[in-house]
Design a protein around this ligand. Structure first.
Ligand code: FE2
Length: 271
């Protein structure tokens, strides 16, 4: 018997719906936003592969709207979920990890919403596992013959992470430990924000160095992949292909100039 779930990532909700509206207005706007994303027949489960938005209270309201439709919402973090945007946010949280911990705490008050930070969850015999993952710069190092320092400088100069993530960047090695544990777990669906497979990204960016920031080297894992679907985000370019018998899907919403008309997609897991 096949099984299905719905997928979206990179919602960046604060780019779509103004923050700091009075509560009743915010709820209405977020509800309309969520309705506009829904497929005609939503599944029981929604997977969000990272990047909710920059403001925890707004994220929470959005998740409540999703919860009115979905029995389960399963999500992992993306780089933007660590951003401290604005002086108020920087003053309140000081360190990005404090904002993410608060988000997890807020989510724990919602029944049926689960954050995967290296964990797994099984719903109706289908096991989802996930973690945000980070960048190992390996596309730059292995393919573009750059040094680690050169890729790092490129990332610092061209990506907002360096400016908006405070109190230390996530460590790739820490994420890799979680990822390796997931790879030896009996999984059906893997959820990461950053893709372990850079091959489909080739040709999608004007500057190829971007791929070093949009992927990590998961080739050795993909060679022994034992799950059916890998969901990822971070890049806002859509992908859907099969490799080693695993379906890799990106269904990012992205920013308003990219995401108009995009919707949540239903993914069918073959039996
Ligand atoms: Fe991202």
């Amino acid at each position: 018997m096949s099984y299905k779930f719905d997928l979206i990532s990179d919602l960046h909700i604060d780019f779509w719906v103004k923050v700091n509206e009075p509560l009743h207005k915010a709820e209405k706007k977020l509800s309309n936003f969520v309705k506009g994303l829904l497929p005609s027949t939503p599944s029981k489960i929604l997977v969000i592969a990272g990047d909710l938005g920059h403001y925890n209270q707004q994220n929470l309201l959005m998740l409540k709207c999703f919860k009115e439709v979905y029995e389960y919402v399963i999500l992992t973090w993306g780089n933007h979920d660590l951003y401290l945007d604005g002086s108020r946010s920087r003053k309140k949280y000081i360190r990005s990890i404090n904002r993410w911990n608060e988000m997890k705490e807020l989510i724990s008050s919602l029944s049926g919403v689960f954050v995967l930070d290296g964990e797994t969850i099984t719903v109706d015999n289908v096991t989802f596992g996930g973690t945000g993952m980070w960048y190992d710069y390996q596309y730059g190092i292995q393919v573009l013959n750059m040094t680690r320092e050169e890729v790092h400088t490129y990332w610092e100069d061209n990506f907002s992470d360096f400016k908006y993530i405070k109190g230390g960047q996530p460590r790739f090695a820490d994420e890799l430990v979680k990822f390796e544990n997931l790879m030896v777990s009996p999984l059906d669906v893997l959820i990461t924000h950053v893709t372990p497979d850079w091959t489909p990204l080739i040709g999608t960016y004007k500057d190829e160095r971007d791929i070093a920031i949009y992927s990590f080297d998961g080739a050795s894992f993909i060679d022994r992949v034992n799950f059916k679907v890998c969901c990822f985000g971070h890049t806002h370019v859509h992908h859907d292909y099969v490799k080693q018998g695993c379906r890799f899907v990106n269904n990012a919403l992205g920013y308003p100039d990219q995401g108009k008309g995009r919707k949540i997609r239903t993914i069918v897991i073959p039996s």
